[in-house]
Unconditional design. Structure first.
Length: 454
């Protein structure tokens, strides 16, 4: 058994296969047995969960597939009603069958891609494949992830794309990457591929990651300069590397779409009965006051305020709203709210919320699941100071923390709904959890090796 497990962990291809099979089997079970047969009261039809966007995306895809059958592929749109999952599903519905289960290989593949990317990210810190595999298990096995890879959702795209981008920045920070031009091209392919996957469903998220990536580019610039100073690199090598990462981060602009202001929550789908029916376009209620910052900074801050107001006013009766009375009217409001945003981004839902009833039975069950998962997150976060101390001299660690914490803070500032934050932050928070667990496992392994007799 040990040899079998070792053979899987030592092969990226076999790992991808394992990471693929579990979500594929889970999706088949949920769509064909769990919802239609065991819990039909939670089934909105076609194995889609009541109260979610999946059934809406399904109906959009069915409608477009019918139009394409009548008019040809010229009628296809990537984002009908602004929804990328529906546009992608349409392709599968036309080529195969108009049922969500035909999408299972795609969503299982996205989940497997994210899991393998996380494994590679942690491997750069530990150098141990077994440790990296074990540290990533919560990301792969947590039940809440089923709500997007067993359904038709945006988060599978977003998480896979984000982790590919993070992996690319880690590779570009390594000295060994720049020894072979093929490795540089692979890193750039990961970066642009991750941006493309994210762009399909959330172009504004690419802009958010681009902003965070600017900090990473500065850090990598210092790394390149240090290598030149230590005479590890020649001047031309450092200049070429810096030019490549700068051009790469600028290239992400092509995938930003409408930017962060496009992140306003969508109009509630008419096919669900549990979503509030208000369709009023959200606006900042009391205006925006200039604070003397550069125009670009003011514009981005104002766009962030618009997004937050979108969540505050579009869904006033959502069961997991939080701090809906807090709006942003100047940059100082955003800065003062940062500690609270960090608290929500890292620690919500809070223990009292775990036992509250949801609007529908499925929501109540998800609150219980979230409570179970958050216990694991809290325990893992206790290891974060040790992880920082252990790898404090490793640029990999700081790139991971800059990327993940930066994205989580933006979501904590912009979104006034715990349920949405929970989904949006998943890939970033679980990466930090994996880093913490890897540090803990590495400590245990080191301690055991010292206890062995000589």
């Amino acid at each position: 058994m040990k040899n079998f497990l070792r053979s899987i962990i030592n092969s990226d291809l076999k790992l991808f296969g394992v990471f693929f099979l579990y979500p594929a089997a889970a999706a088949l079970f949920v769509q064909l047995i769990f919802l239609p047969l065991l819990f039909p009261q939670w089934n909105a039809g076609e194995g889609m969960l009541v109260g979610g966007d999946s059934i809406w995306f399904h109906h959009l895809a069915v409608s477009m597939a019918q139009t394409i059958h009548a008019q040809g592929w010229g009628a296809w749109q990537l984002r009908p009603d602004g929804q990328g999952p529906a546009g992608v599903a349409t392709i599968f519905y036309v080529l195969f069958f108009p049922h969500p289960w035909v999408m299972i290989p795609l969503y299982a593949g996205l989940q497997a891609t994210a899991a393998l990317a996380l494994f590679k990210i942690i491997l750069r810190l530990t150098g141990n494949r077994l440790t990296s595999f074990l540290a990533g298990l919560p990301f792969w096995l947590y039940p809440s992830a089923m709500s997007w890879y067993t359904q038709m959702h945006k988060d599978s795209y977003m998480i896979a794309g984000a982790l590919l981008i993070l992996l690319a920045w880690l590779r570009l920070a390594e000295t060994t990457t720049w020894k072979r031009w093929q490795d540089v091209l692979i890193s750039l392919a990961l970066l642009l591929g991750g941006a493309f996957i994210t762009w399909i469903v959330r172009p504004y998220a690419v802009q958010m990651m681009q902003a965070v990536s600017l900090v990473i580019v500065v850090l990598e610039g210092f790394l390149f300069a240090r290598r030149f100073w230590r005479r590890e690199w020649r001047l031309w090598q450092g200049l070429v590397a810096m030019a490549v990462v700068c051009v790469s981060v600028v290239t992400l602009t092509e995938f930003t779409g409408g930017g962060i202001s496009a992140a306003l929550p969508p109009t509630p789908p008419p096919t669900t009965t549990t979503t509030p029916t208000t369709t009023t376009t959200p606006t900042v209620q009391t205006g925006w006051f200039l604070s003397g910052f550069p125009k670009t900074v003011e514009e981005k801050a104002y766009a962030l305020a618009l997004v937050r107001d979108g969540y505050r006013f579009s869904f006033p009766n959502a069961g997991t709203n939080i701090d809906v009375s807090v709006g942003f009217h100047r940059i100082s409001d955003i800065l003062l709210y940062l500690p609270r945003a960090a608290e929500i981004a890292f620690l919500s839902p809070f223990p009292p919320d775990w036992f509250e009833p949801g609007i529908i039975p499925a929501d109540t069950a998800m609150r219980r699941v979230a409570g179970f998962e958050m216990i694991g997150v809290y325990l893992a976060l206790l290891l974060l100071p040790y992880a920082i101390w252990r790898w404090r001299n490793r640029p990999d660690l700081w790139i991971i923390l800059i990327f993940c914490i930066g994205m989580m803070l933006i979501y904590g500032l912009a979104i006034a709904n715990v349920g949405t934050v929970y989904r949006f932050r998943y890939g970033f928070l679980m990466t930090i959890v994996a880093v913490d667990l890897a540090a803990g496992i590495s400590f245990i392994q080191q301690w055991k090796s010292r206890k062995k007799p000589i």
